[in-house]
Design a protein around this ligand. Structure first.
Ligand code: ADP
Ligand code: MG
Length: 450
């Protein structure tokens, strides 16, 4: 359980924070699983952890366990000799903080990539939604500095942009351990600029950034309105491209969609390759669930994976959250993973998402939207103005309800399940390419979800 929290925090927190505060902790869970005791080295750390991390830990534990877990912080000096002495004078131990070990500033010439080695190409499931981006990323990691420079990856939250970036860095370092790779979140870059400004260390700053072989910079939309940062980034950008170092960026939108970023930067962003990451389609969500379950040392039957994937559609992060709840629920109750168990574990989530979306509902909503008669959903008419909305409705029925292909076919005027399958595949594929269709579907989905 504690390990699960540590893993999660290692993903959430900047490496330095994680290494300083979370990694050194040891933990013990009570037999009834109601209380987690964390052992910390001193009072200072205790206070800090309580203030900074206890809240997050509590929610994490609760979602893992399905019930609130009490967190207790206990001071244990590191070596036992000290411990015995200290135990006899508890009050002095409480009040005098021992040496406060704050994180060291990284030494000027040791190189830290800030990569999370757990995020690799191997554990990034491939699907239509990320195929292009993944292929481009693979290419860059194999021969940086050539094609697709800069590589600009954009898409909504939780779709795997950050994961892909780390994968590029990790692969390059595996091939060329001496390469200077840096992963940095745009906000951290901003704060580096501020620091350099305050301390008047711009030369060092420049030296550091301009010497890289690969710069991975995440969520560049954070540069909005930060003029000085944009200027420094522009300089770094030019310097790196000139020496054929590679730059990979991510953002929540395509370059021209970025607000409050200088035009000259935007046009630089767009000067290499720009690729989108889309929300994963159903089969990909299923594959991700099955893979993640295995990597957690568990197994999720395919039918359960389908059930979860149908109900959790927004992004991979949500999918992981759902999986974690199910695994924790299964362990805690010592029950095998089944659809019923998933239903129980995800009860809260499902009650919000599944507000009774029925096929009839979908047919009516889609017919209204495209201004055709509901009866045309079951009719044999074939003009595109009718056949297409019908296919869209079939697609939504498959995505948003638990009905099988034959059942859906039945509800659409007794059509064959292969007709439904064809519609689902067609709309799915088109959705990835046609922005307009994607928008329409988005509106329909929102309407249906109420
Ligand atoms: P983003 O940066 O786009 O918000 P992340 O890279 O943080 O998204 O991804 C969210 C989570 O989903 C991460 O834990 C990541 O490992 C996981 N993830 C995303 N896409 C995939 C995928 N295709 N296969 C496996 N895991 C994925
Ligand atoms: Mg990210």
């Amino acid at each position: 359980l504690w390990q699960a929290c540590v893993d999660e925090l290692s993903r959430e927190l900047p490496e330095q924070q994680f290494n300083t505060w979370i990694k050194p902790l040891t933990a013990q869970i009570s037999e009834d699983q109601q209380r987690l005791t964390l052992f910390v080295a001193n009072r200072f750390k205790l206070d800090w952890i309580r203030a900074q991390y206890a809240g997050r830990l509590a929610t994490m534990l609760e979602s893992l366990q399905g019930h609130p877990v009490q967190i207790e912080l206990v001071i244990t000096p590191r070596d036992s000799a000290v411990k015995t002495v200290r135990q006899s004078t508890p009050s002095s131990m409480e009040n005098v903080p021992e040496s406060i070990d704050l994180p060291d500033e990284p030494a000027a010439n040791t190189f830290r990539s800030r990569l999370n080695t757990a995020l690799t190409f191997d554990n990034l499931v491939e699907g239509t939604a990320n195929r292009m981006a993944r292929a481009a990323a693979m290419h860059v990691s194999g021969s940086p500095g050539h094609l697709y420079n800069p590589l600009f990856i954009y898409g909504g939250v939780g779709l795997g942009k950050t994961h892909l970036m780390h994968a590029i860095g990790n692969k390059l370092l595996a091939d060329r351990p001496e390469a200077k790779v840096l992963y940095i979140h745009a906000e951290q870059f901003v704060s580096d600029v501020v620091k350099a400004y305050q301390r008047k260390t711009f030369d060092e700053f420049k030296h550091h950034y301009h010497s890289l072989d690969l710069l991975l910079i995440d969520d560049v939309q954070f540069f909005a309105n930060k003029d000085r940062t944009q200027e420094e980034f522009f300089n770094a950008f030019e310097a790196l491209l000139a020496k054929k170092s590679h730059i990979v960026m991510t953002s929540d939108t395509y370059p021209k969609g970025l607000a409050d970023i200088h035009e000259r930067l935007v046009s630089r962003f767009d000067s290499g390759l720009t690729v989108a990451m889309e929300p994963p389609e159903l089969e990909m969500r299923v594959a991700i669930l099955i893979n993640k379950a295995i990597s957690e040392g568990s197994e999720m039957p395919e039918e359960v994976a389908f059930f979860v994937a149908k109900n959790v559609r927004s992004n991979v992060r949500e999918l992981e959250g759902a999986l974690r709840k199910i695994l924790a629920y299964s362990r805690f109750n010592q029950k095998e993973i089944s659809i019923q168990l998933a239903r129980d574990a995800l009860r809260d989530l499902l009650s919000i998402q599944n507000r009774q979306i029925s096929v009839e509902n979908i047919q009516k909503t889609v017919a209204d939207y495209y201004k055709i008669k509901v009866a045309d959903m079951y009719s044999k008419k074939r003009p595109a103005s009718i056949a297409r909305p019908r296919q869209i409705a079939m697609y939504l029925a498959k995505e948003m309800t638990q009905k099988s292909l034959p059942e859906i076919g039945e509800l659409f005027g007794g059509r064959d399940h292969t007709t439904v399958l064809h519609a689902v595949r067609k709309i799915n594929a088109e959705r990835l390419q046609l922005t307009e269709l994607n928008q329409q579907l988005h509106v329909l989905e929102q309407t249906l979800k109420g």
